[in-house]
Write a protein that binds this ligand. Sequence first.
Ligand code: LHQ
Length: 261
Amino acid sequence: MSYETILFDVQNGVATVTLNRPTKLNAFNDQMIAEVTAVFKQSSRDKEIRCVVLTGNGRAFSSGQDLGAFTERGDTVSIGEHLRHGYHKLIKQMMTLEKPIIGAINGIAAGAAVGIALATDVRIAADSASFMLAFSKIGLIPDSGVNWLLPRLIGQARAYEMAITADQIPADKALAWGMVNRVVPAGQLGEIAAAWAGSLAAGPTLAFGLTKRAMNQAWETDLAGALAYEAHLQEIAGRSHDNQEGVAAFLEKRTAQFKGE
Ligand code: LHQ
């Protein structure tokens, strides 16, 4: 399938999704929201895909909503409906994808793109990257999951400060605050993200997916609920090929050959 606003490439178990409207700093128009949502859906269905990398083409990760495209729709357009039918489906698709998603944050992420960056599971940022809650600059509140995701990662005081100042938070500060896992030289971002993705795609994908489900669910429950749910999921993982193979490989002192099943 061909796409107009993204590049999509699958190799050796790794799907790479590249936001590709560089002249607009990869701002999201309706088509880009739909195309990114579609490839995450496809990544969930395709057994060959065992890890996804999300990145941007050019100097930005994404500048968020394409404000020109949105304004062209006219006065009658409902922002709530736009969010519900667009970004919400995308964020939920990412958060429930039971495979690791690496965000390779190559440049600025602004507005809704911060929510999308935070909906990846681990983030590697180029040292030139930054995060900006641009919403208040145009009189809006954070959306696209930012109010849920960001305070959990960095605490409410920092998240709220980012929202009301719309300051650009550079990669090193984002690392210190826990928004990203690693910061790497910009020129090496693609290579380092691909290497990490390749190693994750050779891992126990079922266990990686169930871990994501367990941790997401744990936010919604008390300790007893979290313990019960992880025991339930561990039953499933414990019956997998990869559990048998992992234990056998350990006992036989060899490298495990995981299938992701
Ligand atoms: C853009 C954009 C952009 C269009 C750069 N749109 N063209 C949800 C639902 C409904 C409605 C509203 O919003 C939302 C959620 C949101 O995401 S709200 C937040 C939307 N995003 C922003 O407000 C960020 C707007 N962009 C900027 O503040 C700057 O472009 C940043 C700080 C990201 C980068 O600044 P510079 O490095 O100085 O680049 P630039 O401003 O010169 O941009 C380069 C080009 O990209 C330029 O076009 P041009 O034809 O002049 O070269 C910009 O107009 C275009 N562009 N962001 N979001």
